[in-house]
Design a protein around this ligand. Structure first.
Ligand code: AMP
Ligand code: MG
Length: 487
């Protein structure tokens, strides 16, 4: 059936028409009894969609893909990917559909995408479904990331399908409606490259340039400039992850967006106690995607992107490789620069503090945090109070690790700016124990803990009374923590 006019929003199908070789027109599985679990009203408004309509019996089929808006051609997107280092030439949307693109109220083109909408030709052994817990996890964490100011795909809604989905146990099914500046991935370029069709590769790159980096079209070497722009976006993104203690958990090349947005929230988590070796994902047995490895993996993934783009860099392969290597060399510098500037800000050290003075203070602190296994988020937030001279660095003087008080003396001698710290050190992140609490309550039918958690994490820098427990570290009884992909 076709959807009644939701508003003035017009769907386009640019990806589906410009890159038809990578788009299989497909239909979402019928959802007879959709039930709205959560709707992002501010995001709906940003898209020009009426939240009341979306929540109504006429609007819900739009969110499950059962009503196709005029102008939309839902497609499953093809892509390849290196999964834990191994190349899979044909992955694609096994349980997802791109509904199409819409222009938001500011004129930006945004993808509207469904996750959990049923099997597609890319489903392989999968059932094509998603379940309530992992879809709400993506909703919570992506909206928290957005509120933290970190580029990310957004979540418009989660709708329960009333379907029983077999996982380790039987779980309630759900569809997530996701919004992104696009769903072009490193794996999309790998797909075009292994297809051996240079025309397709070029069209894909042109499409990506037009959508994300239009300035690069004017460069002497547009495709190299495009690659440089993706490198910069990823260097900045991963630095932001590291600074807030975010662990993506499954940085396969199919889960890395060309736009520089965080994408595909699976076994992701925020680090509790500071330890660079932290891994939460149950499937990451060798710690490939451990916290501290993330910048290296980003660089590895960008190298795979370079390999895919080589034919566009230069007709002479040797020249193309040289140019790609030159571009790639910038990643480390840009990442380190972004991370260091961000860490200085976390410590309240502004431009007046020389990098040479900040550097040893940062190194010593990270060693102390690791040795004391201190809670990453609350430590930095409390440090603002320490900067004002109103607290001890670890909170509890009895639990103060050796050396922390002496460290704080050296740091305070640099005159940290407490107001700056409060702007960059969040009080509230989606802590693992709180996410689990919200998800298990929601799976059991009680949405209150989810609502309260969302209230806290969507306003993360503004510390306020009434939500104290959302700022506190996990209780001793919680852990060791494990996350699951939720497939
Ligand atoms: P992910 O780990 O979510 O990034 O997914 C990796 C690949 O597996 C993608 O091609 C997904 O579309 C596919 N996939 C994940 N879960 C399912 C499922 N339940 N049914 C079909 N395909 C799936
Ligand atoms: Mg994925």
């Amino acid at each position: 059936m076709s959807a009644p006019a939701a508003s003035t929003v017009t769907f386009e199908s640019r990806f589906a028409t410009e890159l038809a070789e990578m788009a299989i027109p497909w239909k979402a599985e019928e959802v007879p009894a959709p039930r709205l679990l959560v709707l992002n009203e501010p995001l709906a408004a940003e898209l020009g969609l009426d939240p009341e309509f979306l929540a109504s019996p006429e609007g819900l089929p739009l969110l499950t893909g059962n009503a196709v808006p005029d102008g939309a051609t839902p497609v499953a997107q093809a892509y390849s990917g290196h999964q834990f280092g191994w190349f899979a030439p044909r992955l694609g949307d096994g349980r997802a559909l791109l509904l199409g693109e819409v222009s938001d109220v500011e004129g930006r083109l945004r993808d509207i995408h469904l996750k959990g909408s049923g099997r597609t030709p890319f489903a392989r052994g999968g059932d094509g479904f998603a379940v309530v817990g992992p879809m709400l996890r993506e909703y919570i964490v992506s909206e928290a990331m957005h509120a933290l100011g970190i580029p990310t795909t957004r979540s418009l809604a989660v709708v329960a399908t009333d379907r029983s989905v077999q996982r380790e146990t039987v779980l309630p099914g759900a569809v997530l409606t996701r919004v992104a500046s696009s769903h072009l991935r490193v794996g999309s370029f790998q797909y075009a490259r292994v297809a051996g069709d240079e025309g397709l590769l070029r069209r894909l790159a042109d499409h990506a340039i037009a959508r994300h980096y239009p300035d690069t079209a004017e460069a002497d070497k547009p495709y190299l400039a495009f690659f440089d722009a993706v490198i910069s976006a990823q260097a900045s993104l991963v630095a932001r992850w590291m600074l807030v203690g975010f662990i993506h958990g499954v940085m396969n090349t199919d889960n890395m967006a060309i736009s520089g947005e965080t994408i595909d929230y699976g076994p992701c988590a925020f680090m509790d106690a500071f330890d660079p070796a932290t891994v939460y994902s149950s499937i990451d047995e060798n710690g490939r995607y451990a916290y501290a490895n993330q910048p290296l993996i980003a660089e590895w993934n960008l190298t795979r992107l370079a390999e895919a783009l080589l034919p566009l860099f230069d007709d002479d392969e040797e020249r193309a490789v040289e140019q790609a290597q030159e571009s790639l060399a910038a990643f480390r510098e840009q990442y380190s620069g972004a991370w260091f500037a961000g860490m200085k800000a976390k410590l309240g050290l502004d431009g007046s503090v020389a990098d040479d003075a900040a550097s040893p203070v940062i190194d010593e602190l990270l060693a102390l945090l690791k040795a004391g296994r201190l809670d990453y988020t609350s430590f930095f937030r409390r440090l603002g109070t320490v900067a004002r001279g109103n607290a001890q660095p670890a909170g509890d003087p009895a639990a103060e690790p050796d050396g922390l008080v002496a460290w704080a003396g050296r740091w305070r001698a640099l005159n940290p700016d407490a107001a700056l710290m409060d702007r960059v050190n969040p009080a509230y992140v989606p802590r693992n124990h709180l996410v689990e609490e919200a998800l298990s309550s929601a799976t059991g039918g009680d949405l209150d803990p989810l609502r309260r958690l969302l209230e806290a994490v969507t306003d993360p820098y503004n510390e306020r009374p009434g939500v104290e427990r959302y700022a506190e570290a996990a209780p001793e009884s919680f852990g060791p923590y494990r996350t699951f992909c939720g497939t």
